[in-house]
Design a protein around this ligand. Structure first.
Ligand code: GLN
Length: 201
């Protein structure tokens, strides 16, 4: 079976790291900036960065409608950190003008861990990923405060001041994490997403 083609929304954020991780996990990875590039991918990653900036650029690059359309048609999307915020139906502590996609029925709090620690690392066990907990890196990360009935909680923080906070969820073909697996060299989460894309196509 040919490797699935997976795009990384390349408007702002750590695009290159996701492209490298996807390639390592067996996908054909491509940056996506235009709707013609979106048409050519089987799945999409929305990277970490700054959700208010990504929201603005999505409109400037006229990608909001095309991405919403692909999401409702079932395209798998993985959002990490700012990408998680872009996939949330409701954002607390956001800017009034920021807008996400028609994504996951969840409420996330932006910069949530910031009140305790700006950036930190902690082990997170993810349902469906074998081989022990992931070493999760959080950078001014959101957490998930509420989820709808169709949302599966995949991971919570296992130690430290934020113990028990929900940091990984899935709803249908949409996956989101508060943390940045692309920064650790551990490819298991990307491989999991590549499998989701393979199954969906
Ligand atoms: N705090 C950022 C935001 O609100 C997210 C940080 C990140 O992606 N590392 O978008």
């Amino acid at each position: 079976m040919p490797a699935p083609v997976i795009g990384v929304l390349a408007l702002q954020g750590d695009v290159r790291e996701h492209l490298t991780a996807l390639t390592g996990a067996g996908a054909q990875a491509r940056p996506v900036r235009r709707s013609a590039e979106l048409d050519a991918v089987d799945g999409l990653i929305i990277p970490g960065g700054e959700s208010t900036t990504i929201s603005k650029l999505v409109d400037i690059f006229e990608l909001r409608g095309p991405i919403d359309k692909r999401i409702s048609a079932g395209m798998p999307v993985y959002g990490s950190c700012a990408g998680m915020i872009m996939l949330a139906a409701e954002v607390l502590d956001g800017r009034p003008d920021q807008r996400g996609f028609d994504g996951i029925a969840m409420t996330v709090r932006r910069n949530a861990f910031g009140r305790q620690v700006d950036s930190f690392e902690a082990p997170v066990q993810i349902t469906g990923i074998d081989g022990g907990p992931l070493h999760a890196v959080f950078i001014r990360a959101p957490w998930v405060e509420r989820v709808g009935a169709d949302v599966e909680i995949l991971g919570t923080v296992a130690e430290g001041p934020a113990t028990g906070r929900v940091v990984a969820v899935r709803q249908g073909n949409l996956l989101a994490t508060s943390f940045h697996p692309e920064l650790t060299g551990d490819l298991r989460l990307h491989a999991h997403f590549v499998d989701m894309v393979r199954t969906a196509t």
